[in-house]
Write a protein that binds this ligand. Structure first.
Ligand code: PHE
Length: 447
């Protein structure tokens, strides 16, 4: 087989698992519970759900539709829609590509920590305590080694292509993740302290809502649904024509939001259970201590409290988390790789190694300057670039793309779309509300 022919997802289920695989990741299990815990619990949850439903979901439909229409990487796709200004279109595609590459560069570092936590119980059982000690403690060397290991895993999957690599892995592993989550939630609710965490999570304190929280919640929603940086556009380009895009997007958004919600159900109660076990989580005045490593402190404390079963569950949980991170990372790497395949006519394998290698070097630079670079790269790409690029795509779909072409594209998998409610609201909504709302959320904290 020629390795640079265009791949395709082989089934609807495979696509949903792959797109949900891209969406479900560190954002759900690490980002969402951490942000919820440090932003007043329930209040953040409510604003987050509003952001997903009102902004992220409509933009997911927009990105998938653009991608399937373009049948190409984001640079070509945007050029094919924005025909009057191909140069600007191309530059926007490139900015999205750079954004996804930088997201991957910091994502691989956190994912590397997950790899470490998966193997810590294994090294412990085997008696290699010095190794597990090294893996637990933060150091530049550890971060570099782990990020490199994770990056190589990512490259190995992406070089296999769409249906053999991305789809195969996502379909097998995503369902397993859901089951393990359910088991752990049931366990945590049997533990003393869990209800306190549940209250914090589900009873909103609206006095906590402020402009910064809205920006955070919007960024989190765009990050969690993999929007803005054109991953969903690329996945859309591998989507079969007979798929109903609004329905599929709704399924993907529901899975993603469901997993984020479930992660909150696990981690917020687990925080209080861990507190009962003497793990320091809050400062004296009740502020979350180190929000960054919540997952890496609270969950291990929970597993420790479970004895032998805990070690097995810990291994299972972190392995599945590595997989969730991997199915997201492959979608991030797929963006520049698809550009190199189509635009530079490179074969998939060398393109994946060269680009994956460059991003790995960026990860290493971040590891070596962790204090200055990590937060900066993460914030610029996810809090600002993803929503702002989302606003640009809303303008492209709402104002620049010929309405009839948009309709024809959506009709492929949804022939009677014009008679439904979706078509009465969505085009108008993406045109006016999405770009304005995204910009307003940014401006709001200034007033
Ligand atoms: N959505 C992924 C997560 O929640 C991260 C991601 C962001 C993946 C952007 C692709 C693009 O972890």
């Amino acid at each position: 087989m020629v390795s640079n022919t265009r791949g395709q997802f082989s089934s609807k289920f495979g696509f949903i698992m792959a797109a949900a695989g891209s969406a479900v990741g560190l954002g759900n299990v690490w980002g969402f519970p951490t942000k919820t815990a440090s932003n007043g619990g329930g209040a953040f949850l409510v604003i987050y759900l509003v952001m997903v439903f009102l902004l992220a979901f409509p933009m997911l439909v927009a990105e998938l539709t653009l991608g399937r229409y373009g049948q190409a990487n984001p640079v070509s796709t945007l050029r094919s829609v924005w025909t009057k200004n191909k140069a600007v279109a191309g530059v926007m595609g490139l900015i999205a590509m750079v954004t996804s590459s930088f997201i991957l560069s910091f994502y691989a570092i956190v994912a590397g920590w997950l790899v470490a936590y998966a193997f810590i119980p294994v090294f412990d059982v085997a008696g290699f305590h010095a190794v597990s000690e090294w893996l637990v403690n933060f150091s530049s060397e550890r971060n570099v080694v782990l990020a490199v290991i994770f990056s190589l895993m990512n490259i190995l999957v992406v070089q296999k292509g769409i249906s053999n690599g991305i789809e195969r892995w996502s379909t097998r592993l995503m369902p397993l993740l859901f089951i393990l989550f359910a088991v752990m939630i049931i366990y945590i609710f049997t533990q003393p302290g869990a209800i306190e965490g549940l209250k914090m999570y589900l009873v909103p304190d609206f006095s906590q809502i402020h402009g910064g929280l809205m920006v955070d919640a919007m960024g989190q929603a765009f990050f969690s649904l993999s929007l803005g940086c054109s991953t969903m556009m690329v996945y859309g380009s591998y989507l079969q024509k007979d798929v109903n895009i609004p329905k599929t997007a709704a399924q993907v958004a529901s899975i993603d939001t469901g997993v984020a919600f479930a992660a909150g159900l696990l981690i917020l109660p687990a925080m209080f259970v861990a507190k009962n076990h003497g793990v320091d989580i809050f400062t004296d005045d009740g502020v979350l201590k180190s929000s960054g490593d919540l997952v890496f402190k609270v969950l291990p404390a929970m597993f420790d409290s479970m004895g032998g079963v805990g070690a097995v569950l810990s291994f299972g949980f972190f392995v599945l988390m590595v997989i969730a991170a991997l199915t997201s990372s492959i979608s991030l790497l797929e963006v520049p790789v698809s550009c190199a395949q189509d635009e530079l006519k490179m074969n998939r394998t060398p393109a994946t190694w060269v680009i994956g290698g460059v991003i790995m070097l960026i990860s290493i630079v971040i590891c070596l300057n962790f204090g200055t670079l990590f937060g900066l790269v993460a914030d610029v790409t996810t809090v600002y670039m993803q929503p702002l690029l989302g606003a640009v795509w809303a303008v492209v779909v709402g104002w620049i793309w010929h309405r009839n072409k948009l309709l024809q594209e959506l009709k492929h998998g949804y022939p009677d779309i014009e008679s439904g409610l979706f078509w009465k609201i969505w085009p108008w909504y993406v045109r006016f509300i999405c770009p304005v709302a995204i910009v307003m959320v940014f401006l709001y904290p200034m007033f």
